[in-house]
Write a protein that binds this ligand. Structure first.
Ligand SMILES: [Zn+2]
Ligand SMILES: [Zn+2]
Length: 337
C-alpha cells in the first residue's frame, strides 16, 4: 500500500509527530491534492494547542496549501487531476443551509475548516471538499502561493470589500505577516497607502512595499498624523494589540472604517466620534475558495508576494516555533521535498 508522510498533532498541546499513513482515497465530492508547500499560520495554534472544542486527534494542521490535484472523488464537477490548486482556512460549505442560500458561504453552518475539522496540508497529500479548492495560476510557484491562501486572502479580500476607492487614504496598522501583504495590496489597488508600525526602522520596508507615507506609532500620535492626511477612509488593523487599535481610531475620516483582521482579544472604542462621524469598527472574515482564487490571480498580475522563510516538513517543530516567536520575516512555509 502506498504511504505518505504527515506531521500530526497527537493531542492538544502535544508535540508534532512525523508518521507514515496510507495515502487516502477521495470520497464523494472531494479531491486528493499532492501538497507541494504549506504555510504555517498563527491560526494553526487552534489545532496545535487545542483552542477549539471538539477537534478530533490526531490531527494534521495546515490551511495554506499549494499543490496539484492528483485524484478526484465521485460526483465532483469542474476539477480534474493535474490542475494546480490551493486550499485555505475555509474548508468548504454545504450550499444549502440558510447562510449559503443567502450567499454568505463563509458562515455555512456545516462549513469545514482545513487542518481543524479535517486533516490539512502539513503532509504529502490531503483530501479536501471540492468547494474548498482554488485554482492556482501556472506561473506562481507553490512556496509563493501558499501564504497568499490565508494571509494574502485575508488582507486582499478585506481591502477590496472595504468601500475605499482609488485615491482614498488607507492605513495599514502593523507590518508583520498580514501587514506586509496589506500594504502591498493597498498600494496596488490605488489607495493612498499609509503604513503604521512601531519604530522608524520599519519605514524603509513600508516604503519598499508601496506605502506613500509612514507613521512611527512610538514616536508620533498615529491618529493625529492620519488626520493631517485628511483622515483614513479605512484603517486595516492587522496588529494583535488592542491598544494599538484603540490608538489609531481617532485617525478615521468621516464615514471611515476600522477594519479588524488582527487577532486581538479586545479594544477600547470611543463612541462619540463613532456616531458623530458615521464611523465604524468592523471585522472581516478571510474568504472562501473563489476569493482565494481572485487573490492569487491579482497577486500574479500585480507582483504582490509574501516574504517567506522555508523549512522542509521534517523541521515542522522548528518552523512552528519560529512562527509563534513572531520573529519570522514574515511568513513560514513548509516544503514537501
Ligand atoms: Zn491562516
Ligand atoms: Zn451551508
Amino acid at each position: 500500500m502506498a504511504v505518505m508522510r504527515v506531521a500530526q498533532v497527537p493531542r492538544p498541546k502535544g508535540p508534532f509527530e512525523i508518521i507514515e499513513r496510507p495515502i487516502p482515497e477521495p470520497g464523494a465530492g472531494s479531491v486528493r491534492i499532492k501538497v507541494h508547500a504549506c504555510g504555517v499560520c498563527h491560526s494553526d495554534s487552534v489545532t496545535k494547542e487545542g483552542l477549539f472544542p471538539g477537534i478530533q486527534y490526531p490531527r494534521v494542521p495546515g490551511h495554506e496549501v499549494a499543490g496539484v490535484i492528483d485524484a478526484v472523488g465521485p460526483g465532483v464537477a469542474g476539477w480534474e487531476p493535474g490542475q494546480r490548486v490551493g486550499v485555505g482556512w475555509n474548508g468548504g460549505y454545504c450550499g444549502y443551509c440558510d447562510h449559503c442560500r443567502r450567499g454568505a458561504f463563509f458562515a455555512c453552518v456545516r462549513g469545514q475548516t482545513t487542518g481543524v475539522t479535517f486533516d490539512g496540508g502539513y503532509g504529502e497529500y490531503l483530501i479536501a471538499p471540492a468547494s474548498a479548492v482554488a485554482l492556482m495560476p501556472a506561473d506562481l510557484p507553490p512556496v509563493e502561493a501558499a501564504p497568499l491562501m490565508c494571509a494574502g486572502l485575508t488582507t486582499f479580500n478585506a481591502l477590496r470589500n472595504s468601500g475605499a476607492r482609488p485615491g482614498d487614504v488607507v492605513a495599514v496598522l502593523g507590518l508583520g505577516g498580514l501587514g506586509h501583504l496589506g500594504v502591498q495590496y493597498a498600494a496596488k489597488m490605488g489607495f493612498h497607502t499609509v503604513g503604521i508600525a512601531r519604530g522608524m526602522d520599519k519605514e524603509p520596508l513600508a516604503r519598499k512595499l508601496g506605502a506613500a507615507a509612514y507613521i512611527d506609532s512610538q514616536a508620533q500620535d498615529p491618529a493625529a498624523e492620519l488626520l493631517k492626511l485628511g483622515g483614513a477612509k479605512v484603517i486595516l488593523a492587522t496588529a494583535t494589540s488592542g491598544e494599538a487599535m484603540s490608538a489609531v481610531q481617532g485617525g478615521l475620516a468621516v464615514n471611515g472604517t476600522l477594519l479588524v483582521v488582527g487577532a486581538a482579544e479586545s479594544m477600547q472604542v470611543s463612541l462619540i466620534p463613532l456616531f458623530m462621524g458615521c464611523r465604524s469598527v468592523k471585522g472581516w472574515y478571510s474568504g472562501t475558495s473563489i476569493d482565494s482564487q481572485d487573490t492569487l490571480a491579482f497577486s500574479v498580475r500585480t507582483g504582490v508576494r509574501s516574504m517567506n522563510e522555508t523549512y522542509p516538513l521534517e523541521r515542522v517543530s522548528e518552523a512552528y516555533d519560529r512562527m509563534t516567536s513572531g520573529k519570522a520575516r514574515f511568513r513560514v512555509v513548509l516544503t514537501m521535498g
